[in-house]
Design a protein around this ligand. Structure first.
Ligand SMILES: [Zn+2]
Length: 274
């Protein structure tokens, strides 16, 4: 966190702007809602350089990224992460469900709680993840940006969309009242595990379930087919918690930008530690 205190938020924001966005974090400030500042789980405000606008949650969210990219090379900006061919890393982001298979009656809503559908909440967060990952210089493919009609198997079309990417991040939620987030990885792929850990460790908005990451075999859940069917270097499935949980729902609606930013920074930390 040293770099942040040294340079201050304005400099950080100015530098982040070099990636092409006019005011890249504006919507994050906007979404830093009452959920963070008040309610049953207040987090102390910090005020370095008079940045009383920022919560400690937000500073934690950007702190790791700041330290890695800027603290040693003042003003040098960011070199986008590259894959082994020296191309920008290709990342596929996938909002779970939301597809209508040709010939079937309905769109798959995923988990349902009242009039809330998993497919919509997943899309809300996935959009933010995709946005920040592309601002960080990666090449991003979104498997869907709305409800879609795809022929054939509901996992196969996702894998087809993600084909050629280095990383696949699929976002899901549960029904019910489970509050915790966790990241599932492919137990046969150490990269997948490292990616899951990096994402879980950079997450502070939603409570983590257990250590925040596991291979589906350990708990007998998740979709191994999506994880193991992906041919890139690493895939993970992020479960954000239950849409039957009031706090989870509130956080996802109010803090989608911050949750998405934290996931994107987690992915970036993984890429830089490789
Ligand atoms: Zn799902």
């Amino acid at each position: 966190m040293g770099g942040l205190y040294d340079y201050g938020a304005r400099w950080y924001m100015a530098d982040l702007g070099r990636w092409g966005a006019v005011d890249p974090l504006a919507e994050v400030y906007h979404s830093t809602s009452a959920y963070i500042y008040g309610g049953s789980n207040p987090i102390l405000m910090v005020d370095p350089n008079g940045m009383s606008f920022f919560s400690s949650t937000f500073l934690n969210a950007i702190g790791g990224y700041w330290t890695d990219n800027f603290s040693q090379q003042e003003g040098s900006g960011n070199n986008p992460p590259e894959n082994e061919n020296n191309d920008p890393v290709k990342i596929a982001t996938d909002a779970g469900h939301g597809e209508k298979i040709k010939g079937s009656c309905c769109v798959d809503p995923g988990a349902v709680s009242g009039d809330s559908y998993e497919k919509d909440f997943a899309l809300l967060i996935e959009e933010q993840v995709a946005k920040f990952l592309s601002r960080f210089g990666n090449s991003v493919t979104r498997t869907r940006t709305e409800d879609v009609i795809y022929p054939g198997d509901r996992l196969t079309w996702r894998l087809k969309k993600a084909a050629g990417s280095d990383i696949l991040i699929s976002i899901h939620l549960d029904a019910g009242e489970k509050a915790g987030m966790f990241v599932m990885y492919d137990g046969n792929n150490p990269n997948s595990r490292d990616l899951a850990i990096a994402i879980a460790q950079n997450q502070t908005i939603l409570p983590l379930e257990g250590q925040g990451y596991f291979t589906p075999g350990e708990k007998g859940r998740g979709n191994l087919r999506l994880l193991s069917g992906f041919k890139g270097e690493a895939s993970v499935i992020i479960e954000l918690g239950g849409i039957g949980n009031v706090q989870t729902k509130k956080a996802i609606i109010g803090d989608a930008g911050l949750i998405g930013l934290q996931i994107a920074v987690g992915v970036t930390n993984y890429l830089q530690n490789e």
